[in-house]
Design a protein around this ligand. Structure first.
Ligand code: MG
Length: 339
């Protein structure tokens, strides 16, 4: 495999975030899946320093608290790291090591998805990575519960890419083919893990778990990631879900080839669904209306969603609707849980 040509033949247009916000608002049940590194956080030289910004943590917490949302972080990180960073958010689902483990919302325990998979290849792969670690300044080998990863974030980019290709070729000659493993090139890393799971299989599982009963299907699915391993999620959603309900986003330059439908240039824009206050205010108003309105007004609210949000002038009360009992006085602060 040649790392330089790895990827999909399509270029994803830049995300139309306003349009997708409206689709999100209209859905009664949503699945939101985020990769961690390079998607929720910028990529950093030292992987241990990849922590969520205050704003990103607030957004993830707010989105997770909405009972209409099922929010998951699906990462290549191990359980310990994810627990330390976001384990305190009870409503948030987590998947570690590219789908090998999951921690469901409101659970403290991790579930293994790899069964009795043979892991004896770890020793052989670790030895190969350690040889390259010795040759490459600033690189290191990480042995997780299942996956083994060689990181070279501090290496000269050109030299690092060259050595990664050499390492990958060596692994393909010695391990891949004999064992049920796959070598995945990431951003400044190479990872070896079992073929039986990947991020795509986790996303498929999350979607399938809500296909059991009518009315449980997600009306909106957002999935965002930045590297090759995230393409498995994008492809799984292309295969399993009607296209009008999914929003797959790759983080990176617009020239990047990806199976995602959309692209955004940097991680700071991934959490665009954590709406600005004026939009949140409108949603709060609409919820108040929906709680009291009859079917006619509910249909009208849905039909006017786009116009209302685009033309929303600010936090003013519609006195006519107040008189009809369709709205209540606005709160001094907008409840975050309405998102
Ligand atoms: Mg990533």
């Amino acid at each position: 495999m040649d790392i330089s040509v790895f990827g999909q033949p399509e270029i994803s247009p830049v995300l139309d975030s306003e349009k997708l916000r409206l689709q999100y608002c209209e859905a009664e049940k949503r699945l939101l899946v985020f990769d961690y590194d390079g998607t929720l956080t910028p990529l950093v030289k030292n992987p241990e320093e990849a922590t969520l910004s205050t704003q990103a943590l607030h957004s993830i917490t707010t989105l997770s608290a909405d009972p209409r949302n099922s929010v998951w972080i699906v990462s290549g990180r191990d359980q310990k790291f994810l627990h330390e960073q976001v384990g305190h958010i009870p409503e948030l689902g987590l998947s570690a090591e590219h789908g090998c483990f999951i921690r469901k919302p409101h659970s403290d325990s991790w579930e293994s998805l790899i069964g009795q998979t043979d892991l004896t290849w770890q020793t052989e792969v670790t030895k190969v990575f350690q040889r390259f670690t010795a040759r490459t300044k600033g690189s290191f080998t990480e042995r997780k519960r299942v996956a083994v990863t060689w990181h070279y974030p501090q290496a000269d980019p050109e030299e690092g890419a060259h050595l990664a290709q050499e390492c990958l070729n060596l692994l393909e000659e010695t391990v891949v083919g004999k064992r049920s493993v796959v070598v995945m090139p990431g951003k400044a890393n190479l990872e070896v893990r079992p073929t039986c799971v990947n991020k795509g299989s986790v996303v498929t599982r999350l979607v399938d778990e809500n296909l059991i009963a009518p009315g449980r299907q997600y009306g909106y699915i957002l999935c965002a990631g930045d590297d090759h391993t995230d393409e498995d999620m994008f492809r799984a959603l292309q295969r399993d879900v009607p296209t009008e309900r999914i929003c797959t986003i790759t983080v990176g330059p617009t020239s990047k080839r990806s199976a995602a439908k959309w692209s955004i240039p940097n991680p700071a824009e991934t959490l665009f669904l954590d709406l600005p206050p004026r939009i949140r205010h409108l949603l709060w108003q609409r919820q108040q209306k929906s709680a009291t309105a009859n079917a006619f007004f509910k249909r009208r609210h849905i039909a006017h969603d786009m116009r209302d949000i685009q033309e929303y002038p600010g936090p003013k009360v519609n006195t006519k609707e107040m008189a009809l009992g369709l709205t209540t006085p606005l709160p001094t602060t907008v409840p975050g849980s309405t998102m």
